[in-house]
Unconditional design. Structure first.
Length: 275
DNA sequence: CTCCTATCCTGCGAGC
DNA sequence: TGCTCGCAGGATAGGA
């Protein structure tokens, strides 16, 4: 479900709900068998801790307290919603509510995840969790440049789509935004990464950034069930140029759009606009 | 190393 | 209407 724009919007909505500054009262584990089993440790360590900040790195949400880092990934279907004071509706229990964070103010944050691909893991603040250790560049940071993309792709034979979705190279780009950014750059997803020209690397750097920025501003993409922590859907799906549009006319040239599996996922492009 | 596939899990829509 | 099948926004282990 969530790529960088969706995760960023979850983070922003958690901030609007006033989550930073809240003090943990209790952590309730209703179901611990997520893909990586939840550890009971967090129920012992977090009470009393004040949440200092919520940050995003790649597609991870980082809840930072005085002494700990609570690392969260939404997987495909994870979401947060608020309840109690400041958080709207009270006692609604829904299927797949696996974790409830209870704060001293009465605010509760509920982690819901039908497919259970999500992650919640506690670590000491002075440690870098293994999940964050090997991540690549933040695409909206100053380090993500055309020269860097050009150099990093040299000698890579895998398709450029696989490259930009590889979180060890660039983070945050998932299956939707990979197709969208490549369309905007006029580059076929199947092109071997090492065959990009420097000029194309410039174009792709820019379109990755502009697509992600536009999608963030639109509140992300809601295809089926994505919502931010305030329950709001995104609207960027209305502006998809190619994603999930196989057989439909290209918005630029009218040609019927193509689809094919790449990097294990369905991939969409215009054979005329993209070379 | 690089690259690709299968796997984890549930829900939903398409097609019969 | 009701059933089965395939697929879904991600990450990762393991094999070639």
């Amino acid at each position: 479900m969530p790529e960088l724009p969706e995760v960023e919007n979850v983070k922003l909505s958690l901030e609007r709900l006033g989550v930073p500054g809240q003090v943990f009262e209790r952590v309730e584990l209703r179901r611990a068998d997520l893909r990586t089993p939840l550890k009971k440790e967090m129920t012992r360590r977090l009470p009393g801790q004040r949440l200092r900040a919520i940050r995003r790195r790649a597609k991870y949400i980082l809840f930072e307290t005085e002494d700990f880092l609570l690392l969260n990934h939404l997987g495909m279907t994870g979401s947060w919603r608020a309840a109690g004071p400041g958080g709207g509706a009270g006692e609604d229990r829904r299927p797949h509510d696996h974790v409830v964070l209870h704060f001293a103010s009465g605010l509760r944050l509920i982690f819901n995840d039908p497919r259970r691909f999500g992650l919640l893991e506690l670590s000491a603040k002075d440690r870098v969790p293994s999940q964050l250790a090997r991540l690549g560049l933040e695409p909206l940071s100053a380090e993500f440049t055309a020269t860097r993309l050009f150099e990093d792709t040299r000698r890579v034979k895998a398709p450029i789509k696989n490259f930009i979705m590889d979180q060890r190279r660039v983070v945050g780009v998932g299956n939707i935004y990979a197709s969208e950014a490549l369309f905007a750059a006029g580059i076929r997803p199947t092109r071997p990464a090492g065959r990009l020209t420097h000029k194309e690397a410039e174009g792709l750097t820019e379109t990755i950034q502009s697509v992600l920025r536009d999608a963030i501003a639109a509140g992300g993409s809601t295809i089926r069930d994505y919502r931010n922590s305030e329950g709001e859907a995104g609207s960027f799906q209305k502006r998809f140029a190619v994603y999930d549009r196989e057989g439909q006319p290209c918005r630029r040239c009218g040609t019927s759009l193509k689809a094919r599996i790449l990097a294990g996922r369905n991939t969409f492009w215009c054979a005329k606009c993209q070379r």
